[in-house]
Design a binder for this molecule. Structure first.
Ligand code: ADP
Ligand code: MG
Length: 353
């Protein structure tokens, strides 16, 4: 039902998607995995035209989406999107959040819209929250409302961009359960996720994205148990990941350190390895990188815990902050056995030990 042909997308001179070709059939559940920054969000956003592709075609039910003659609002009604940060209307009750699209865009009478809304709330387990406002809900509840709101438009396909990555770990399950339920009901979905177990058991096909395209694809069994290409293998074997996205300059450093150390404890890291992770994260986040520039911190290691990687991304001019003189840089170079630095629009610094 969707055929993507040689889709390219550049930001300025930076080419993010270098030619994505894919077919998504009705009833398929496709999860998209891959390293951060490889263009997963960009791909989804091109599909529903939140981003304008640089070239290539997207054929959705016989309509070429990136054709000027195609009415994109008609298309968006059929293609729902669920975001990491819920994007609910804060000033509207849960019920109104689920009715507004139906009445305004689909021109459905209010009474009928409300009936649909209440039924959908029941299916996501939130019938009692119809009159609540978004800020009275937990993250998991908000995301379930966002999914119900998306369903209220009766989409033919749903796109999910990391629907669980803004959630407290205890709430991930309630959202993945709802998505699994949709999968069983035959909803066509494309899901970007970092939850590998979920990807394994919900998908009919997996797209592994890297190098500006779909680097490898296959069934969950093929991609997780017998990846054919090197980067897929490296990614799949890089199983345990802690990631912290910095949302504002005033981010809570104590919370970052705490959650990093909790993650180390939960995964039974040795004290020495937890200390190294904590030390590197502190030197980078507090001392070496300007708070305004810091974007994310990610710790990952394979199940075997043979090797650890702490990756930080930061804005600002291209520079490897571990290369300067000074005690902080010395400490980092002392702890890490290897430092890999790259720039692809953001600075990406990977420290291994
Ligand atoms: P992913 O979702 O796989 O983490 P994204 O699709 O969000 O990756 O981003 C891919 C790359 O494109 C990143 O390097 C990011 O910095 C860059 N990028 C994304 N959006 C923009 C934009 N609006 N302008 C410039 N660069 C962007
Ligand atoms: Mg993304």
């Amino acid at each position: 039902m969707i055929t993507v042909t040689d889709l390219k997308k550049s930001y300025g001179s930076l080419e993010i998607l270098k030619g994505v070709t894919a077919t998504i059939n009705k009833g398929e559940v496709i999860t998209i995995i891959g390293p951060s920054g490889c263009g997963k969000s960009t791909f989804l956003r091109c599909l529903n035209r939140l981003e304008k592709p640089t070239s290539g075609t997207i054929d959705f039910e016989g309509k070429i989406l990136n054709d000027r003659k195609t009415n994109i609002n008609e298309v968006r009604k059929k293609m729902g999107m669920v975001f990491q940060n819920f994007n609910l209307f804060a000033h509207m009750s849960v019920l109104d959040n689920l009715c507004v699209g139906q009445t305004k865009l689909l021109k459905i009478p209010r009474a009928e819209a409300e009936k649909t809304a209440r039924e959908l709330l029941k299916t996501v387990g939130l019938a009692e929250k119809a009159d609540s406002y978004p800020d009275e809900l937990s993250g998991g509840q908000k995301q379930r409302v966002a999914i119900a709101r998306c369903l209220s438009m009766k989409p033919d396909i749903m796109l999910f961009d990391e629907p669980t990555s803004a959630l407290d770990p205890t709430m991930v399950g309630e959202v993945t359960a709802v998505i699994r339920h949709l999968a069983r009901d035959g909803m066509t979905m494309m899901i970007v996720t970092h939850e590998m177990e979920f990807a394994k058991n919900v998908s009919s096909r997996i797209f592994y994205m890297d190098e500006g395209g779909i680097y490898e694809q296959g069934t969950p069994d093929e991609v997780f148990n017998a990846p054919k290409r090197e980067k897929t293998r490296a990614f799949i074997n890089r199983t345990k990941t802690f990631r912290y996205d910095i949302q504002s300059v005033d981010f809570d450093f104590i919370e970052l350190t705490n959650s990093l150390l909790n993650f180390c404890t939960a995964n039974a890291l040795s004290r020495a390895n937890s200390n190294k992770a904590g030390l590197l994260s502190e030197e980078l986040a507090v001392n070496l990188i300007d708070k305004n520039d810091l974007r994310s911190i990610e710790l990952s290691f394979p199940d075997s815990q043979e090797v650890f990687e702490l990756t930080v991304t930061y804005d600002g001019k291209a520079r490897d902050v571990t290369q300067g003189a000074g005690m902080e840089a010395d400490i980092v170079r002392g702890v890490a056995s290897e430092i890999v630095y790259g720039y692809d629009g953001v600075n990406r610094l990977c420290m291994k030990w």
